[in-house]
Write a protein that binds this ligand. Structure first.
Ligand code: PGA
Length: 263
């Protein structure tokens, strides 16, 4: 896991946009795994800026979102489809037929989940998966206790997650109790993973993910198994890490290696 501690949340979004644009520009048919929530918003805004200034095009991208609530009416302001539409897809040149989210309104949820996995696999798999992290260590809606081998499936949300997400709804009771989520196994299949965390309320989860044991109790710790996972943090999210000086040292050497200036 490459842990990169940056000077601010803005720096996190700029570095994330650099890595996403690199992926989009280096693949013939890029397949992006995308996330919702507060954390990726600044990154999406930066991607839109780069599109508007002609630096990048997303027209060849296929995208798969991590998750969607079950049972919100189509077009509901808090559905993840609407979130993606408003915060990214409609503001750049994405082809809408290539932008996929699980459908939380299908009656046969098991078949919907299997079809989603099948679609990802037919697209050639995900080149770069963007992730946030929950304050309880979840990734996507894989709550603590989720199998590290899990695939796309319906998942009951914890009360903590419902409370965390209540800020987007009129009242906590309106937050759905069920979502469809890609599994931890599905996420680990991505060729690259990019997890972003900002703010003090993520510091404990970030510590567990990077320095705790590999455990279903902290679903994000599964990233320890991935050979190409990068974690971008602001100082507050990194504040409980024990090895932060070492990560900064590694990052300096890594940058020298990438610029061929290592000696
Ligand atoms: P947040 O959510 O970006 O809104 O903090 C992250 C997550 O729950 O994965």
């Amino acid at each position: 896991m490459r842990v990169v501690i940056l000077e601010s949340g803005i720096a996190v979004s700029e570095r994330a946009a650099d890595l996403i644009c690199q992926c989009v520009q280096s693949c013939d048919s890029p397949v992006l795994g995308l996330a919702t929530g507060g954390t990726p918003l600044a990154t999406y805004a930066e991607l839109i800026r780069r599109y508007e200034s002609g630096k990048v095009s997303f027209s060849k991208c296929t995208t798969f979102n991590l998750d969607e609530y079950v049972g919100l009416p189509e077009g509901h302001a808090e559905s993840y489809r609407v979130f993606m539409q408003e915060n990214l897809f409609a503001k750049a040149d994405f082809e809408m037929e290539s932008c996929h989210l699980p459908d939380g309104n299908e009656t046969d949820l098991a078949a919907t989940c299997a079809a989603y996995e099948e679609r990802i696999s037919r697209s050639g798999g995900i080149d770069l998966q963007l992730l946030g992290i929950g304050s309880d260590g979840h990734i996507a809606f894989n709550e603590p206790g989720s199998s590290l081998a899990s695939r796309t499936r319906p998942k009951a949300l914890t009360e903590q997650t419902r409370l965390d997400n209540a800020r987007f709804f009129n009242s906590p009771e309106e937050v759905p109790r069920l979502a469809i989520t890609m599994g931890i196994g599905s996420i680990l299949d991505a060729r690259k993973i990019l997890l972003l965390a900002t703010g003090e309320n993520k510091a404990a989860a970030v510590r567990e993910m990077a320095e705790g044991p590999l455990s279903a109790s902290c679903p994000a710790s599964a990233l320890q198994l991935h050979a190409n996972a990068t974690v971008l943090l602001d100082p507050a999210a990194a504040s409980q890490l024990k090895r932060s000086e070492y990560y900064k040292h590694v990052e300096k050497i890594q940058q020298e290696l990438e610029q061929n200036s290592f000696r």
